[in-house]
Design a protein around this ligand. Structure first.
Ligand SMILES: Nc1ncnc2c1ncn2[C@@H]1O[C@H](COP(=O)(O)OP(=O)(O)OP(=O)(O)O)[C@@H](O)[C@H]1O
Ligand SMILES: [Mg+2]
Length: 451
């Protein structure tokens, strides 16, 4: 079995050396860091079985504030890691405050070796039991859940996605789901909610791409009667509707800049006001957001607040495009074949070899969604028992349509959009730019043309 790994953090080298010496002798693997930032980095890079940390880092402070702040941040990065804090002799109040903020136990400096080891071992055993229990519970919930979204993901490329869902699903951590259009971001958001303790509470969706700027604020936060001309009565916003549950903010890159600050505030302190009201309301909402934009690019272009990004992406789950998980294509294709064959009452037993090869080698700019549309059409077109290559009616990419003048205006538009997407590797922002469209205008067209 691998050694259990403990992260230790203190700004004093002699303390780190003493701890390292002691714990190594007990058979633990030790890593040492000297600042709160380094603790967070380390936790993001790998899993530790426990963290032992000092509460003071800058030489002239003894308040413990740095450590207390760090505890809050750790809760977001790794809500399950057992944290043992070190305090100076006699500062029990600080230790109690640390435990209130999520530390599991404390050690007073200078410590007694045997006692320190006993505390560490107890916490490791306890946490192991907790982790096991939590995972079981999450799995049970997933099995029990009715109407849970189906996710076909047997490929290697999807393994990290599944691991992350089962790890962070049960926590309250905010999750940002990224990936090209149609890769299953909404499916992941639903799964995360389903395995969470909030599963019995609502999952409320807001699509930032489809809302005009003017109504977006009242959609999110609600309004009171008279707040603006059309506000004929009070209205509850999505944040309040999602209270106790999960809010899914889809196409988050499209949140207007002036609303990003308000969003940040409710994420940071859980407080908001309805439009036109000065009464502050508290909401307890877990936020899952999704985008196919590159938010770092949006940040450097000044269109998206960096502080908001860091609130949203406590954990990021990236969905690989379908062309990077070809092993899943036959499974998805068969799944959709049986769904649509049943719907359209066709007896179809599968794909012939040429059809399957074409499915495997297609570029799938629209990913799983495009695949499902292609199969639906093929089921309708297919004659006898098999789906054949011609039934798929896949564009071969190279040739394109023969004559522009034979196409309808809509066909030309769809054609140009496909071309732009292909040129920019499915990057919607770049394609929209090249076409002279806003991102949301392009989105509407992608939906209309099933791209
Ligand atoms: N792994 C999967 N297994 C089964 N069905 C999937 C999978 N991924 C996606 N789908 C299906 O594909 C369609 C598109 O998925 P979804 O809406 O979650 O994509 P998305 O990433 O949110 O797309 P967009 O960026 O366009 O909003 C849905 O019908 C969904 O059920
Ligand atoms: Mg979506």
């Amino acid at each position: 079995m691998d050694k259990q790994r403990i992260l230790i953090a203190d700004d004093q080298q002699d303390v780190l050396e003493a701890l390292r010496f002691l714990l190594k002798a007990e058979g633990f693997a030790i890593e040492a860091v000297t600042s709160p930032g380094a603790v967070l980095n380390a936790l993001q890079v790998r899993d530790y079985d426990a963290l032992i940390m000092d509460l003071n880092y800058t030489r002239d402070t003894t308040s413990g504030q740095e450590g207390l702040d760090l505890l809050a941040q750790i809760q977001r990065v790794d809500p399950v890691i057992p944290v043992i804090v070190m305090t100076a002799w006699g500062s029990v109040e600080l230790a109690v405050e640390a435990m209130r903020r999520g530390a599991r136990d404390f050690i007073q400096k200078p410590w007694e070796n045997a006692r320190l080891i006993a505390i560490v071992k107890t916490q490791l055993a306890l946490s192991e039991a907790l982790r096991r229990g939590q995972r079981l519970e999450a799995e049970n919930r997933l099995l029990r859940a009715e109407g849970k979204p189906l996710m076909i993901a047997e490929s290697e490329a999807m393994a990290p996605v599944l691991t992350l869902i089962s790890r962070v699903g049960p926590s309250d951590a905010n999750v940002l789901v990224t990936g090209e259009p149609g890769t299953g971001k909404e499916v992941v958001a639903r799964l995360l909610h389903t395995v969470s303790e909030r599963a019995s509470k609502p999952l409320v969706t807001v699509n930032a791409g489809g809302l005009a700027e003017g109504i977006f604020e009242s959609e999110l936060f609600g309004h009171v009667k008279g707040a603006f001309t059309d506000a004929k009565m009070d209205r509850v916003g999505r944040f309040e509707l999602a209270d106790g549950g999960t809010l899914f903010l889809d196409e988050i890159a499209n949140v207007p800049h002036n609303l990003q600050a308000k969003l940040l505030r409710v994420l940071e302190i859980g407080e908001m006001e309805r439009v036109g009201s000065s009464k502050t309301k508290r909401v307890n909402v877990r936020v899952i957001s999704a985008t196919n934009a590159n938010l770092l690019e949006e940040v450097s272009g000044g269109r998206f607040r960096e502080d908001l990004l860091f609130r949203l992406n406590t954990i990021e789950i990236h969905l690989p495009p379908l062309r990077e998980r070809k092993e899943d294509i036959p499974l998805l294709a068969s799944h959709y074949l049986s769904v649509y064959a049943q719907r359209y009452r066709k007896r179809l037993s599968g794909f012939d070899q040429a059809a399957m090869e074409a499915l495997l080698n297609n570029r799938w700019q629209g990913n799983v969604r495009e695949l499902s549309h292609v199969i639906e059409r093929a089921v309708l077109l297919a004659g006898d028992s098999m789906v054949r290559l011609a039934d798929l009616a896949l564009r071969t990419g190279s040739g394109g349509p023969a004559k522009l003048e034979d196409m309808s205006l809509e066909e030309v538009e769809a054609f140009l959009i496909r071309k732009a997407l292909a040129r920019y590797d499915g990057n919607v922002s770049h394609a929209a730019n090249a076409l002279g469209l806003s991102r949301s205008a392009l989105y509407r067209r992608l939906q209309r043309y099933n791209i």
